[in-house]
Design a protein around this ligand. Structure first.
Ligand code: ATP
Ligand code: MG
Length: 390
């Protein structure tokens, strides 16, 4: 049976002025993401609906639905079967396509939309006849017009008839690419992949920056971060992934700075390098997975000291969240299991025993000025490795 996906205007996230542009970005994203996961689809805008039709008959439609569920900018969509503009065919397709689903519930109703007024039956007639046909064939079913388990919708359009059951919930948010680009500082932990997901939900494309410190951190730790980025990319689309070698800088911090300031100085240097890479990629902001008070480097004072080096906005979408709330999102988006794999991060390798929770900017700047990091920063930027992940 031939199937299509229907995305209604009312199910697009944004209404009003920019709708046309948003719709174009969304269609481009869907085309690309479906192409990457299952194959080619063609898109048709018709009567306030975007109709996505697979180019091949043997496409994995379940997989296509899973892909579309992760595309931001869609609040809900429908998976529909295509019938001829012939009433016998409509009845046949309705029963064949939705029979299994209808057998697993108790109540239903039929909803008909007839935008082709030349079709010989009225909407109430279609509802009545299709309803009667389904009741005749599925004895366990009854009608409930107010609160049905399944609403069977029959849409009679210009060229085809579409038949579908309940809508499928979409990922919400805004189409990625409609709001610009940001640079996500990504570690192998639980938080930063969630932060990336949340910002891309607002329509932002992602550049992901990871600091590795080989040989203190392993190849496998790097693989883990790459895996996390590729899970986030299922939602955000293609991510520009940058891996920075941070070893020399960390060793220099360890040798020359007071231990209680290690983490905060390291964080500031990560920021400085990230800002440069972010500008190179035309990003409008940095994003981190920090949450207030979670660890010593995430106190108000520490965050203020980190921010002091930033000359662009730093977004911290998790700032007000508890760990269990962050974990719930991480499970939902599928990063949790990878995040908890036990590979070392460059931060943890150099964690001081007694980090200072109330550092002063003066103290930090004094400690930093004792070391000339500038050449090390330039080298780290020169040797960045880039990958494209989607
Ligand atoms: P996460 O779960 O994201 O690792 P965390 O709670 O472990 O966060 P920290 O390790 O203190 O917290 O890191 C705070 C933030 O700093 C991270 O969310 C991330 O944005 C950034 N960060 C930490 N380590 C790295 C790294 N190696 N490379 C890039 N960014 C990092
Ligand atoms: Mg971490």
């Amino acid at each position: 049976m031939k199937e299509v996906l229907l995305i209604k205007n009312g199910e697009l996230a944004l209404k009003g002025l920019n709708r046309g542009t948003f719709e174009d970005i969304l269609v481009k994203n869907m085309k690309r993401r479906l192409m990457n996961s299952v194959g080619k689809f063609t898109f048709l805008k018709s009567q306030s609906t975007v109709i996505a039709t697979p180019s091949d008959d043997d496409i994995d439609f379940d997989e296509a639905v899973e892909t579309v569920k992760k595309i931001f900018g869609i609040a809900a969509f429908s998976r529909a079967a295509v019938a001829e503009k012939d009433f016998e065919d409509i009845k046949r397709v309705a029963l064949e396509y939705l029979g299994d689903e209808l057998r697993s519930v108790k109540t239903f109703k039929v909803n008909a939309k007839r935008s082709d007024k030349r079709f010989p039956m009225t909407s109430p007639e279609i509802c009545r006849e299709v309803g009667a046909h389904l009741l005749r064939n599925i004895k366990t079913l009854s009608v409930d017009v107010h609160n049905p388990d399944i609403t069977v919708t029959v849409e009679v359009r210009d060229n085809n008839v579409f038949i579908h059951g309940n809508q499928i919930k979409g990922a919400g948010g805004m189409p990625v690419g409609s709001a610009g680009r940001v640079a996500l500082l990504v570690s192998g932990g639980i938080d930063s992949p969630v932060a990336g997901y949340m910002m891309s939900k607002r329509g932002l494309q992602l550049t992901a920056i990871h600091f590795a410190a080989p040989p203190y951190t392993s190849q496998r730790a790097e693989m883990k971060v790459r895996d996390l980025v590729s899970i986030v990319a299922k939602y955000s689309g293609r991510v520009n992934f940058a891996i920075v070698n941070f070893t020399k800088i960390q060793e220099a911090i360890k040798e020359n700075c007071p231990e209680e300031l290690f983490t905060i100085i390291m964080r500031r240097l990560m920021m400085k390098i990230s800002l440069r890479l972010a500008k190179r990629d035309e990003c409008g902001a940095l994003v981190t997975g920090e949450s207030l008070g979670q660890v010593a480097s995430q106190t108000l004072g520490a965050i203020a000291c980190t921010d002091a080096v930033a000359d662009m906005p730093v977004f911290r979408p998790l700032i007000g969240m508890d760990k269990d709330e962050i974990i719930a999102i991480s499970r939902k988006i599928g990063t949790f299991e990878t995040s908890i794999l036990p590979y070392e991060d460059c931060c943890t390798v150099f964690t001081p025993k007694h980090p200072r929770t109330r550092p002063t900017l003066e103290l930090i700047e004094e400690a930093e000025n004792a070391v000339d990091f500038s050449e090390m920063i330039e080298e780290a930027i020169r040797t960045v490795r880039y990958e494209s992940i989607d």
